[in-house]
Write a protein that binds this ligand. Structure first.
Ligand code: GUN
Ligand code: ZN
Length: 447
């Protein structure tokens, strides 16, 4: 831990001042071609152009041809699905039954959960992601395992126990009452424990009874500051099933609204098939959406309407999600590459500025953490990623034919992946360094 010790990082620096969806993108960011980020006690103390005078008596780590941004934020991901990424051939509902619900049963074994959580967190950090909203499984021990591992890295993670009391294998079911009690106990132990934050997690409307959804809503209202995550309008088959299961409700979002599950710190994954009324309701209630492009393409779910979601007259808070294991990559760069393609199919253009905003400050805003993370600015928690602009022969070659920094960023998100990540900092500590023999030596030291 850094005790009053000053560390400084020298590289290009990119950070956002405004939302490029709502202002002139050219005015939305600050870029230092030769910048200096000074870190003290886990926080950013200052950000400025590099000068010799600024670094007297400070240890400076230099990253030539690299750019520092805020650590990436993944607003929707399932850690227990790490073992089943790239499962062949099915759409959502069959995919859940054939692959997901089989894999998740193994998390009754805490040891298995610990091993997968440890690998999952390393993969996130290797990809430059420092905060994520994470689904565990129905087993409380899967949550304990995840938060224990996250605590070792001191990462700011949002996670919770999945609630399911119907339409899943017996071994994965809780009940309205036990789900409430177990979530309450986990929440009391973990919410605000170090940097950990608790998220009440009814999986989606089809796997919860109305009673369970209402209990989840009650628990959430009783515990201000906690989060709520679930899935919404991911596929047309799923929407038709919700209509059948909840005939008295107006639509899918209405099922959640009735249970008290909309509002600030609600995160709805996917939201692919939304009406204007749905977007308005999310705007009015302050609920957030997680755009999961690699997953929506992989499962053939559909195309998220990002620019409609972000419409300036009623913007909806929107972050980026990998949605692993339906998503196909831990890397937010690869996720942005697919977000660009989804936008193109919708007839819109996702610029690199829109994209990097969504992966950093936009994600922080979606999670109501915009005063703590998502920016490289004084007072912010020092969660940072150092991106190498020449991490592969092709990227290095392609960069020579770029004309400005924004074009370089676009090449990075189109061709880049975890290999671009030179180092990852969590609360000021270098937890991942690509150039070390053991890139996670900090973490193993604390085992
Ligand atoms: N809907 C309900 N559960 C899941 C899940 O695990 N992954 C995805 N992509 N959608 C879901
Ligand atoms: Zn999901």
């Amino acid at each position: 831990m850094a005790h009053n010790r000053l560390t400084a990082l020298r590289a290009m620096v990119l950070t956002f001042k405004h939302d490029p969806f709502h202002t002139d993108p050219a005015e939305s960011y600050t870029f230092y071609p030769d910048g200096l980020v000074v870190i003290q006690d886990g926080k950013i103390r200052s950000v400025s152009a590099y000068s010799c005078a600024a670094v007297v008596d400070i240890e400076v780590i230099e990253y030539p041809n690299c750019v520092i941004t805020a650590g990436f934020i993944d607003c929707h991901v399932h850690y227990p699905q790490t073992q089943m990424i790239g499962a062949f051939g099915e759409h959502l509902l069959e995919w859940l039954n054939q692959y997901t619900f089989i894999a998740e049963q193994q998390f009754s074994d805490k040891n298995h959960a610990k091993n997968v959580a440890a690998l999952f967190l390393r993969e996130l950090l290797r990809a430059g992601t420092t905060t994520a909203a994470v689904y565990c499984t129905v087993h409380p021990q899967s949550v304990e395992a995840f938060f224990e591992e996250s605590t070792r890295f001191n990462t700011r993670m949002i996670a919770g126990k999945v609630l399911m009391d119907r339409n899943a294998p017996e071994a994965l079911l809780d009940s309205a009452q036990t789900g409430y009690q177990e979530s309450q106990r986990l929440l009391q132990k973990w919410h605000g424990n170090g940097r950990q934050l608790y998220c009440i997690t009814p999986r989606f409307a089809p796997t919860s009874s109305e009673e369970q959804l209402a209990a989840a809503g009650r628990l959430w209202q009783e515990n201000p500051g906690t989060y709520m995550q679930t899935h919404l309008c991911e596929t047309t088959d799923e929407i038709a099933w919700v209509k059948q299961l909840f005939p008295s409700k107006k639509n899918y979002l209405d099922v959640y609204a009735h249970a008290g599950l909309t509002g600030p710190r609600a995160i709805f994954g996917h939201a692919v098939h939304m009406t204007e009324e749905d977007f308005c309701q999310c705007h009015q209630t302050g609920s957030a959406l997680a755009h999961c492009p690699t997953s929506n393409l992989f499962l053939g779910s559909g195309l998220f309407q990002l620019f409609t979601a972000k419409k300036s007259s009623r913007p909806v808070r929107t972050g980026l999600g990998t949605d692993l294991g339906a998503g196909t990559s831990f890397s937010q760069l690869q996720t942005l590459s697919d977000a660009y393609k989804v936008s193109a199919l919708n007839g819109t253009q996702l610029t690199a500025l829109h994209a990097f905003y969504m992966a950093t400050a936009g994600g922080a805003q979606a999670l109501y953490l915009e005063d703590k993370i998502g920016k490289v600015a004084a007072g912010y928690e020092a969660d940072l990623v150092v991106l190498d602009l020449a991490s592969s022969p092709l990227i290095d070659f392609r960069m020579k034919y770029t004309h400005d920094f924004v074009e370089k960023l676009f090449v990075l998100m189109t061709l880049g992946d975890d290999r671009c990540v030179r180092a990852t900092y969590v609360a000021g500590e270098r937890v991942y360094d690509r150039s070390r023999n053991d890139p996670f030596s900090y973490a193993t030291k604390n085992q």
